[in-house]
Design a protein around this ligand. Structure first.
Ligand SMILES: [Zn+2]
Length: 334
């Protein structure tokens, strides 16, 4: 009799230990699985639903740095019946891997296709992680982007990221897009329609805006910023950017995804940047006609464009924007 009591007691102890072990395991694993990607000092990053089946991971607004590890863009996904379409997988191999890890918290489905919005490395160097995990996935982009990424410009971006992140992007390699798309193309992926809008040059001479027709979502690349000044480099055209923003206003779109900053309706995600560029164009043109110098125009513009003073990058970029607009107006008058 005593033997059976001991046996039952041992069984109960064993059962309790087993339950406790599983509970501890569960307590460890659940937070690990559900926890967002944390960049210390910047915040938590994960995909948020912005439309039916459409998710965005809104990145930090800063330039690439050691702190943000090269993550600063807005990777987007559309979940289809059998997979995922990924737009702009991030700025380094490491960021691309984090983006894929966050996608897996939304769905276990594989990445079927990728779109790259333009040549700036913070948007596409994560291609390497996608190609490694999903070798069959096709990567679509503007033909100029494919040519530039495959040439020295792709390598230049590797070096820029390496320098700005102080080595956090080490090991990142160029994986250039492989399928060219152009204005008016409609790409069907797993039954979902993606329409391409592209007018050269605007933010760069490599831009594609990707419309997910079924959800009325527009992935704008850097043709719009929200709360950020952004850069207009040598390949850009500010007048072209204004034209693109006027064009997207005419499209039947519910949700606009800027390259950086919060997504939303046109009035939230696009209008402030469009108003800024329109006002800047008007002020600089008036100054040019009055034969003011560019630094004098900058003073006038700064007084009139108070609304953008708090945007990220204002101190560094505002003067450059005025000068770029001045040069474009000067060139158009010649
Ligand atoms: Zn850009």
């Amino acid at each position: 009799m005593r033997y059976w009591v001991i046996l039952v007691a041992l069984y109960m102890i064993n059962w309790c230990v087993c339950v406790m072990k599983n509970l501890v395991l569960l307590l460890i694993l659940v937070p690990l699985y559900s926890q967002a990607w944390v960049l210390p000092g910047l915040g938590d990053y994960c995909f948020e639903a912005v439309n039916d089946g459409v998710y965005i991971m809104h990145g930090p607004l800063q330039e690439p740095s050691k702190q943000n590890q090269g993550f600063m863009n807005n990777p987007g996904i559309v979940v289809t019946k059998n997979g995922v379409v990924l737009i702009d997988p991030g700025g380094t191999y490491q960021v691309g891997k984090q983006v894929l890890a966050e996608i897996r918290k939304i769905t276990p489905k594989p990445v079927l296709s990728v779109f790259n919005s333009h040549i700036h490395g913070d948007h596409w160097l994560g291609n390497q992680a996608v190609r490694e995990a999903y070798p069959q996935a096709l990567i679509y982009a503007h033909p100029n982007m494919i040519a530039q990424a495959s040439s020295g410009i792709g390598k230049d971006w590797i070096n820029i990221m390496q320098r700005m992140t102080e080595g956090a992007s080490k090991g990142t390699k160029v994986v250039a897009p492989d399928k060219a798309v152009q204005q008016g193309d409609e790409i069907v992926v797993d039954g979902q329609r993606f329409r391409i809008h592209s007018f050269d040059p605007a933010h760069t001479d490599t831009d594609v805006l990707v419309e997910h027709v079924d959800s009325k979502t527009l992935f704008m690349g850097d043709n719009s910023f929200n709360g950020r000044m952004g850069r207009f480099d040598a390949s850009s055209n500010m007048h072209g950017s204004i034209k693109v923003l006027n064009y997207v206003k005419t499209l039947d779109i519910k949700t606009f995804i800027p390259g950086h900053g919060q997504s939303g309706k046109f009035d939230i995600a696009v209008k402030p940047f469009m108003d800024y560029l329109n006002s800047l164009q008007k002020i600089v043109k008036q100054g040019f006609e009055q034969e003011l110098e560019d630094y004098e125009i900058k003073e006038v513009a700064a007084k009139q464009l108070q609304a953008c003073k708090d945007w990220h990058g204002y101190d560094e970029q505002f003067g450059k924007h005025v000068f770029k607009m001045y040069l474009e107006i000067q060139a158009s008058e010649l």
